[in-house]
Design a protein around this ligand. Structure first.
Ligand SMILES: *Cc1c(COP(=O)(O)O)cnc(C)c1O
Length: 472
């Protein structure tokens, strides 16, 4: 007996069960290209997930059985015909990293231990990829939404000379700018930071869905006349609707001339830095004051992990450092080696997300990830050409990166929603829908290293077949 310890009473049997779980996980990954894309969770399992708090455990074996029963019912983003929203496909590598991370059970809030150095290595790699100076800082976070909150907090504090940290924002009317196509994580950050979403000006876009830079200039001028204080401009590298990339260089010029913080939402699009061919599309990104992006999208690191990069380490630190006697640093020992990650963001306790980023890059190298991104963009062009050639389909937006928006042409109202729901429920493919110029469209986002031409062909054939079925 091990008394009240949570360790197994019988390590041999625990090992056997754990090995069994590993096999099941590997089977799932190895067969990622097979079967249905998405299957709803069966009622029996849903029911079993509404039980009372277990006062007595059921033991490792039965617990693992319940876990394995759940495994077929994911979102479907590991499957090559998952095209919805922007989801990364993950990679088998992440399995192994998560096992090691769970075993270490490290808390990356700070202190001097191995995991901290891995995260610092990731920060250094990102800094050099985006050509930021050595004085730039960064933090591994849960995703772009959190990265945006961190970046915009620093931007706000800098504009208010950090006085707001003690006394609140004291009547200064801060305003920021982004395009109407920007992801709602920016508005949510404005809300969270107490700026209010009205303080975020939504600038119109041009025919390529890129921010209208002239309209941006006039909006800033108008706000200044009205006594408001412009503090940030958010450019998008890869918009969620159509994959558009704002003219980041032009925005950087305006931000510099007006002394406004320039933030880039590069959730998936910033990943194009990994590809020599695509990198020139991001010109201007290296001039940003801050950048938010995800590893869990186009880098295929398993969920959930993103990153915030800040040009000036000193600003970043000042925005988030708060002393506490129980967190005092030391010259030697575990409490040495500051600044700590907690000095760069709102969280104190943090898991070892950085490990799976590090292993992904160590195993595959940046070039291979870049090649996979480029291939996704080529598949999107291939699909766009097929859509254009098809009498029944209309391409609804230019294809900038990996997203193709098109509509099935029929008089029947709601047919594009219907087609997408049928594809999903039949398990064939999982695109999503969005609205382009007031019309609901079928949206395929190709962000999966497993997707081939055959997947695109099959999906298009089925869209036409279902469209025809529903029209009759
Ligand atoms: C996905 C996405 C976000 C939000 O990122 P999360 O990692 O889901 O928080 C923000 N902006 C764009 C352009 C996105 O595609």
């Amino acid at each position: 007996m091990t008394g009240d310890s949570l360790d197994p009473e019988d390590w041999d049997s625990f090992r056997a069960t754990a090995h069994d779980m590993l096999e099941a996980a590997l089977d799932k990954m190895q067969s990622a290209t097979e079967g249905r894309v998405w299957t709803p969770l069966p009622d029996g399992i849903k029911q079993s997930l509404t039980s009372d708090l277990p006062r007595e455990g059921i033991g490792i074996e039965r617990t693992q059985q319940a876990v394995q029963a759940l495994m077929p019912y994911g979102v479907g983003n590991t499957h090559p015909r998952f095209f919805g929203w922007v989801h990364g496909a993950g990679s088998p590598n992440g399995l192994v990293a998560d096992i090691a991370a769970a075993a270490m059970n490290a808390n990356l809030g700070g202190r001097d231990h191995g995991a901290i150095y891995v995260e610092r290595q990731v920060v250094q790699w990102v800094r050099s990829l985006f050509e930021f100076p050595d004085t730039a800082s960064g933090l591994v976070v849960s995703g772009t939404s959190m990265a945006t909150v961190v970046a915009l907090k620093v931007a706000r504090d800098v504009k208010l000379a950090f006085a707001n940290q003690r006394v609140g924002s004291s009547g200064v009317e801060l305003v920021g700018y982004t395009s109407v196509q920007t992801h709602n994580c920016v508005a949510r950050a404005f809300d969270l930071l107490g700026l209010g979403t009205d303080a975020l000006r939504l600038i119109a876009v041009d025919e390529n869905f890129e921010m209208d830079v002239a309209a941006l200039k006039s909006a800033i001028a108008a706000d200044k006349v009205a006594g408001k204080v412009p503090f940030c401009i958010v450019g998008t590298a890869g918009s969620v609707n159509v994959g558009a990339i704002d003219d980041l260089d032009a925005i950087a010029d305006i931000a510099a001339a007006e002394d406004i913080w320039f933030h880039v939402d590069g959730a998936f699009g910033a990943s194009c830095m990994l590809s020599e061919e695509l990198r020139p599309r991001l010109i201007g990104i290296t001039r940003a004051d801050s950048l938010a992006f995800d590893f869990h999208k186009w880098w295929h690191v398993n969920y959930a992990v993103g990153f915030v990069l800040i040009r000036h380490d000193a600003d970043h630190l000042r925005s988030f450092t708060m002393q506490a006697e129980y967190l005092a640093g030391q010259k030697r020992g575990l409490a040495a080696g500051g600044p700590w990650p907690t000095d760069y963001g709102p969280e104190l306790s943090r898991g070892f997300r950085a490990l799976k980023v590090w292993t992904q890059l160590m195993e595959h190298g940046a070039d291979k990830l870049g090649a996979s991104i480029k291939q996704n963009c080529e598949l999107a062009q291939y699909l766009a050409e097929m859509v254009k050639a098809e009498r029944q389909l209309i391409l609804c937006a230019p294809v900038s990166l990996n997203i193709v928006c098109f509509a099935y042409d029929a008089t029947r109202v709601g047919i594009n929603d219907e087609i997408v729901m049928e594809l999903q429920t039949r398990g064939i493919a999982a695109p999503s829908t969005t609205t382009i110029k007031g019309q609901t469209v079928i949206r395929l986002c190709i962000a999966n290293h497993r997707t081939t031409r055959a997947d695109i062909d099959l999906t298009l054939t089925e869209i036409l077949r279902i469209g025809c079925e529903l029209s009759n």
